[in-house]
Design a protein around this ligand. Structure first.
Ligand code: NAI
Ligand code: 13P
Length: 339
């Protein structure tokens, strides 16, 4: 395969895992991180212990705190910072691309919605970066815990862009025999799926800690997926996207695994911890906590019934006892399954 220059913005668990995939594929990879200690560790020890334990990274990966150095000549730039940093980082990226007079494909691997605007990562990137510096915008979505990717568990994701040529370029660069990349053109559906499944994963963690069994989990998955798809419909997303990797696939991975920060957060909330305690214990981004608030507001604005997401909202933001929230879900007026 031809060698492509790939830059990864964000030296957390997902950014480091994606950088490692690209480096394993023989590409020239630079990671931009804002913490000197992490950058030094990646360059000298080839590890990122805080996020990925003892896993050894490809020695060819270079890390830097200098954004211009990181992106210079990069055909593909992966933005892998949390939602709350995405606009700020996209703004810095715009300045760096302008300084270099460079045009790159920018790919968001972030799963969330900006609280103040309800925008997805790809939309923030489109707003912050001059069109003249963009060779395309895409997202990477799907069931892909960094911890599994780094140890070569067979993993499938989808590269999504309105421009399928761009999606196919990412597919070729990132695919290998343990990391299989599909393509899709439904960017709204993929980003909604990636964000909304985190809310349902929090609920799944709560069910787990309350020791509810398969019936309750199946109910949560099925009805949770239904409300994800209902909001998708209001956004004009392709309903089939919710049946794919970015929808049911990511929901399954996130809502069944203790690798998931959202699932673990749900377990802690189910055990009676407050939102503040959960955030402090985790030390890593739990996107679903702020997404729950955004989804609560969005569902009202779009007049979409999202009872499970609403129950998660009540538990996180109003201190509702999870057992009572579940009971209230079960006691709602009966209706047709298709609603
Ligand atoms: N961890 C995973 O397995 C996966 C995560 N994601 C998504 O990827 C995004 C990032 O998640 P993780 O890597 O897991 O988070 P993380 O908490 O492991 O790492 C986030 C990284 O971003 C850095 N960061 C935060 N603010 C920054 C700023 N203003 N400028 C530069 N760097 C900044 C942090 O220092 C940290 O290195 C999230 O939206 C998450 O939903 C998506 C798929 C898988
Ligand atoms: O999106 C993910 C896996 O596909 C990661 O989920 P968490 O952020 O809950 O760890």
């Amino acid at each position: 395969m031809d060698q492509t220059k790939v830059a990864v913005l964000g030296a957390g668990s997902w950014g480091t895992a994606l950088a490692n995939v690209a480096a394993e594929n023989g590409h020239a990879v630079k990671i931009w991180g804002h913490r000197v200690a992490t950058v030094d560790e990646i360059n000298t020890q080839h590890t990122n212990k805080e996020y990925l334990g003892d896993r050894v990274l490809q020695a060819s990966i270079q890390a830097t705190t200098d954004l211009v150095t990181a992106i210079e000549g990069a055909e593909i730039i992966l933005s892998v910072v949390p939602t709350k940093a995405t606009r700020e980082v996209a703004n810095l990226l715009n300045q760096a691309l302008t300084q270099l007079q460079q045009k790159s494909i920018v790919v968001a691997a972030t799963k969330g919605l900006e609280p103040s605007t309800y925008k997805f990562a790809s939309q923030m990137i489109a707003e912050e970066i001059d069109a003249s510096s963009l060779a395309g915008i895409a997202v990477i979505a799907g069931p892909s815990h960094a911890e599994g990717v780094i140890k070569h568990d067979p993993t499938t994701v989808t590269a999504v862009s309105e421009d399928l040529v761009v999606a196919e370029r990412i597919q070729r660069v990132m695919s290998n025999s343990t990391f299989r990349v599909y393509t899709n053109d439904d960017i709204v559906g993929a980003e909604l799926g990636g964000a909304l499944k985190n809310v349902i994963a929090i609920a799944a963690g709560a069910l787990q800690s309350l020791e509810y069994d398969a019936n309750a989990k199946a109910a949560l998955f099925t009805r949770g997926l239904n409300e994800m798809a209902q909001l998708g419909k209001a956004y004009g997303a392709n309903p089939m996207t919710f049946m794919g990797l970015a929808g049911v696939g990511d929901l399954f991975a996130t809502a069944t695994s203790t690798h998931s920060r959202n699932f673990r957060a749900g377990m802690q909330l189910g055990a009676g911890l407050s939102k503040e305690e959960v955030i402090e214990h985790m030390g890593m981004v739990i996107e679903g906590i702020s997404t729950t608030k955004v989804v609560h507001d969005l569902a009202q604005a779009k007049q979409v019934e999202m009872p499970i997401s609403n129950a998660v909202y009540q538990v996180i933001y109003e201190g509702r006892d999870p057992k009572i929230a579940i009971r209230e879900l079960m006691d709602r007026p009966l209706h047709h399954e298709g609603k």
